[in-house]
Design a protein around this ligand. Sequence first.
Ligand code: ADP
Ligand code: MG
Length: 348
Amino acid sequence: MFENKNDQQTPLSDLGEFALIDHLTKHFKVGQASTVSSIGDDAAVLEFKDKQIVVSTDLLIEGIHFDLSYMPLEHLGYKAVVVNLSDVCAMNAVASQITVSIAVSNRFPLEALEALYSGIHKAAKYYNVDVVGGDTTSSTRGMIISVTAIGSASKERIVRRSGAKPNDLLVVTGDLGGAYLGLQVLEREKEVFKVNPNNQPDLEPYTYLVERQLKPEARTDIISLLESLEVIPTSMIDISDGLSSEVLHLCKSSKVGCDLYEDKIPLDPQMMTTCEEFNVDSTTIAINGGEDYELLFTIDQSDFDKIKGNPNLTVIGFIKEQSDGAHLVTRSETRVPIEAKGWKSFNA
Ligand code: ADP
Ligand code: MG
């Protein structure tokens, strides 16, 4: 993942707001044709020609959305960008710019913000988006980060939550439940550390899960894949709160029901062995655990041949009439109504 850097401490008051912004953003380069002008004016100027624009924003608050005792700042910066890019993907659009706004208390030295911005920089570079602005202010306690992502797609390619229709196939990318389990592993290690700070956590058996939690990725690769397969989903959403809650969002927006097959849900082997170790049911984790940032979408049955056999895509069910309701069909073939237990309430 990322390496730890030095442990120098420079108070933010040494720089002042403008020097700070300049210091943090001086390495950001403009790469997108649609960025006409970037940081340094009262507003950025963008030009998209004949495309439709998608805009999505997220607000992350210390103590609510992240815990700095196990989330290194560089990871936090990376993740703050990724969660927004994931929303742009969920519209079947391609992100091209972000803005980043931060509020920090004087508890944070310059080096902390450098680490945060190095994660933001890494993500912006990896996903090929320009950082075109933001805002910087102080907070009385803790850190707040807000990222806004701007993307585009031709009008025909934009996919909403509302287009699923009966008999469509329900498809998910990647595998599920890993990020939630990664968080459980990190929380357990934090407790062990509290009891004895000399205990070094052994995260070796959980590398995939911890990476899923600390360094999630936005599935921009799937947006390119769908384009090359000539598939436009009928509806789509990203999985931030957990499969069950996102399935219900799609069903509600599209006014449909669905059957979701327990035995089709894609699980990683490390996730399954860790569920055994933690004595939790892997299906429960996979459908309620959040933050996997995979995509959930529906396609017309006539598109099945185009996606068939692709290792990134798994058909997990199909769409039914709204009056049929939304059900999980278990391995023992019982039909259980799907309930929205977002990962936050699940956590409580
Ligand atoms: P204003 O007074 O208009 O809010 P600022 O002095 O806050 O302007 O910002 C100056 C420039 O720096 C603007 O282009 C703004 O978008 C950008 N900027 C401010 N804070 C950040 C940040 N945290 N990250 C990236 N760009 C920033
Ligand atoms: Mg400002």
